[in-house]
Design a binder for this molecule. Structure first.
Ligand SMILES: [Zn+2]
Length: 170
């Protein structure tokens, strides 16, 4: 975790997204604008920061195939929500991670057994050997279960969002 202040130029570029109607014209443009910010500042968004917040996975996907029909985001309210102070790069990385996930999350319709106010979302876990598995995860508490509802305890891997057609096939 870094305790340093965030590079001013980075913050200015980031805030600028919310004044740019081109970048907020649709979810795909918005997704790409956030990805570009992360990629443009590798000295701030280091490998360590990207790993910690699962950003590499979100940066690597072809966003058009993942963005859901009705993300839980109101594009013209994003300025109000996200132009605020960020304590450090981790706080900013977390906000970007959450926003990217909001655009690609496919929800399962099932509540978390631990924190019932949270709805489980589909994730795809990709293992070292490139095999993968679709699971349900709670973004609130981290509870993870397999598609039969049994608690999932591992092994771990890289966590990706899931495309809608991948769910239709399970
Ligand atoms: Zn939960």
């Amino acid at each position: 975790m870094s305790e340093e202040l965030i590079n001013e130029k980075l913050l200015k570029d980031y805030y600028e997204i919310f004044n740019d109607s081109e970048k907020l014209k649709d979810f795909s443009s918005y997704y790409r604008a956030l990805v570009q910010i992360v990629k443009r500042y590798p000295l701030e968004f280091t490998d360590e920061v990207r790993d910690e917040w699962g950003l590499n996975e979100l940066l690597s996907i072809e966003e058009k195939k993942y963005i859901v029909d009705k993300p839980d985001i109101c594009l013209n309210m994003e300025k109000k929500r996200l132009v605020r102070n960020y304590e450090n790069i981790d706080t900013l990385a977390m906000a970007i991670r959450d926003t990217l996930w909001d655009m690609v999350t496919v929800y399962s319709g099932k509540d978390c057994p631990i924190t019932p106010n949270d709805e489980l979302r589909y994730i795809k876990i990709v293992y070292k050997d490139n095999s993968d598995k679709i699971l349900l995860e709670c973004a609130g508490c981290g509870w993870t279960e397999d598609i039969n509802g049994n608690e999932y305890t591992g092994p771990v891997g890289k966590v990706f969002p899931v495309k809608k057609d991948e769910i239709e096939n399970i």
